[in-house]
Design a protein around this ligand. Structure first.
Ligand SMILES: Cc1cc2nc3c(=O)[nH]c(=O)nc-3n(C[C@H](O)[C@H](O)[C@H](O)COP(=O)(O)O)c2cc1C
Length: 324
């Protein structure tokens, strides 16, 4: 399938794996790229720029196809060494960066000068327009369904994608709630030129996470996610568990007075315990409503191949048949 997204990134299929903390390691990113999609190494999961440089080299050794690096710009009192991470990306010869969080404007000149394509992930049309205006090459439009940070506007993809199509001139992919060929065809119909998946890629053989995480996603329904940190305007969609219920209880009790410190036990440093050790109640971890559509743990190649086969069948058989 050929779209402006496949052309821009030099990939076979318009399928991107979004950056995921403690999931987006070289194993998963290279598997996605080898299967014809665009894999993404998650920058900040590597504690230092030196470690990121090593992870990029590891990914390069596992694939000769294009892959990207996610750089998430978080509001932070002690920001990570962003200049160091950007340098590691440029020196590592990476050709695609997925930015997310705050406006990436400050980093664009250096990335552009190095010939790097930038896809910015955002949750509103106004932020997408801003990203387009400052020179981003593409947008990942993240709807309210998404795992991770859906923003504060709560606009689901059935509205957000066609709204983005009305306003943007650069290509965009649909992100949030994407699972299979049906998602891809729907996204294309709504104006996107590909899709970005997070949660779906965690439940694959190659995802370097504990089996308990994959089992939890397969077991979960579309009713099992919760929104946490709403009162802090840092909303995150996570899978419900004991820690999340405790966190929500604190939010109810403390109301507007709640601070980040109050919920540190449920959110700080919990990812390694969940993703590597499989302690499923250790804290809040991002997961999309799309868990309700995930029923198996295929290889990445199987997932991408069947997604594309489904998409082609939908377009050429079901939809073509309906249009006759
Ligand atoms: C476990 C997990 C961790 C994530 N970590 C990040 C991250 O560090 N940076 C980022 O930009 N997005 C992150 N995301 C969001 C994904 O890149 C993607 O936008 C989102 O998962 C799409 O929604 P979906 O889960 O419905 O496919 C994360 C998502 C998950 C599920």
């Amino acid at each position: 399938m050929k779209t402006r997204i496949t052309e821009l990134f030099g990939i076979q299929h318009p399928i991107i794996q979004g950056g995921m903390h403690h999931v987006g390691l070289a194993e998963l990113a290279s598997a996605v790229s080898n299967a014809g999609g665009l894999g993404m190494v998650t920058g900040l999961t590597q504690r230092t720029p030196e470690l990121l440089a090593r992870e990029i080299a590891r990914c390069r050794a596992m694939t000769d196809k294009p892959f990207g690096v996610n750089l998430t710009f978080l509001p932070s009192v002690n920001p990570p060494d962003y200049p160091g991470y950007v340098k590691a990306i440029i020196d590592g010869g990476v050709k695609v960066v997925e930015t997310a969080g705050n406006n990436p404007q400050k980093w664009l000149p250096a990335l552009k000068e190095a010939g790097i394509k930038v896809i910015h992930k955002c949750t509103s049309v106004r932020h997408a327009l801003k990203a387009q205006a400052i020179g981003c090459d593409a947008i990942s439009v993240d709807g309210f369904e998404c795992g991770g940070h859906p923003g504060e506007d709560d606009v689901p993809n059935f509205i957000l994608l066609p709204r983005a199509a009305e306003e943007l001139t650069i290509p965009f992919v649909a992100s949030g709630g994407m699972a299979d060929g049906r998602s891809l065809v729907a996204a294309l119909a709504l104006g996107a030129e590909g899709m970005n998946m997070g949660t779906r890629f965690i439940a694959t053989q190659e995802a370097p996470v504990h089996e308990n995480v994959k089992r939890a996603i397969v077991a979960a329904s579309e009713l099992d996610t919760r929104l946490v940190m709403r009162p802090l305007r840092n909303t995150e969609r996570v899978l419900s568990n004991a820690a999340v219920e405790r966190l929500l209880q604190k939010e109810r009790e403390l109301g507007a007075a709640i601070t980040f410190e109050d919920i540190l036990p449920e959110v700080a440093g919990v990812y390694p315990r969940i993703m590597q050790s499989g302690e499923m109640d250790a804290g809040a971890w991002s997961c999309g409503m799309v868990a309700g559509l995930i029923h198996d743990v295929p290889t990445v190649q199987q997932l991408i191949d069947r997604t594309m086969a489904e998409a082609h069948a939908l377009i050429h058989e079901r939809l073509a048949g309906l249009a006759r």
